[in-house]
Design a protein around this ligand. Structure first.
Ligand SMILES: [Mg+2]
Length: 197
């Protein structure tokens, strides 16, 4: 059965022209497996879902640029850095600079807002055009700064209270895909007509 959204939500989602995601607690389930000495993981493993990777591809496929702004840096940002490199190497993305996922690591709180504004400016978009998905206090300034606020169902209460859209699936298990599905439905686009990679 097709998911039903309110007309108000669809009208708001129809205006989204850019998407900014937090990483931990949004793209990942916000846990870290530590204490391992596997050199490739720098002693730190994170969990995320291919459903969300496909969600990012779908958002880009309809011409909406995507950025990830995370407070993590160094080893903590290794997982997302590698993932974004992989996404930007996909056949549908190669040689199309405008649709590359932008990644900004080491930014929190108000710094996230500055980075978001800079990135939107380079894409000739405004914060009113932008949707942000985040899950905790460090994302609140960024969420307050944009026209559309989204969060995973597992986000902290302070974020859920201010959200226009709360995913059905938890962070790291399809929350970003839920946002992608909403955007496609709002635009009347059938996801089965879009490239999958
Ligand atoms: Mg987070």
């Amino acid at each position: 059965m097709k998911k039903q959204y309110s007309e108000t939500l669809l009208a708001k989602a129809r205006k989204i022209k850019a998407v900014v995601l937090d990483c931990d607690g949004t793209l990942t389930d916000n846990t870290e497996v530590t204490g391992l000495d596997a050199p490739s993981a720098h002693g730190l493993l994170k969990r995320r879902s291919h459903y969300d990777g496909q969600g990012v591809s779908l958002i880009r496929a309809v011409g909406i640029p995507v950025a990830i702004i995370t407070g993590e840096k160094g080893p903590g940002a290794q997982m997302i850095t590698k993932l974004v490199e992989r996404w930007n190497g996909l056949p549908s993305v190669k040689n199309r600079a405008w649709i590359q996922v932008a990644l900004f690591t080491g930014y929190a709180g108000e710094e996230k807002v500055l980075k978001l504004r800079q990135w939107l400016k380079t894409n000739q978009l405004t914060s009113e055009d932008c949707a942000v998905m985040g899950d905790d206090l460090v994302d609140v300034p960024m969420l307050r700064a944009v026209g559309f606020r989204a969060c995973p169902i597992t986000a902290e209460e302070v974020v859920r209270e201010m959200a226009d859209f709360i995913s059905d699936r938890p962070a790291g298990y399809g929350a970003v895909r839920d946002l992608a599905n909403l955007i496609l439905t709002a635009r009347g686009i059938d996801p089965t007509t879009l490239p999958t990679k």
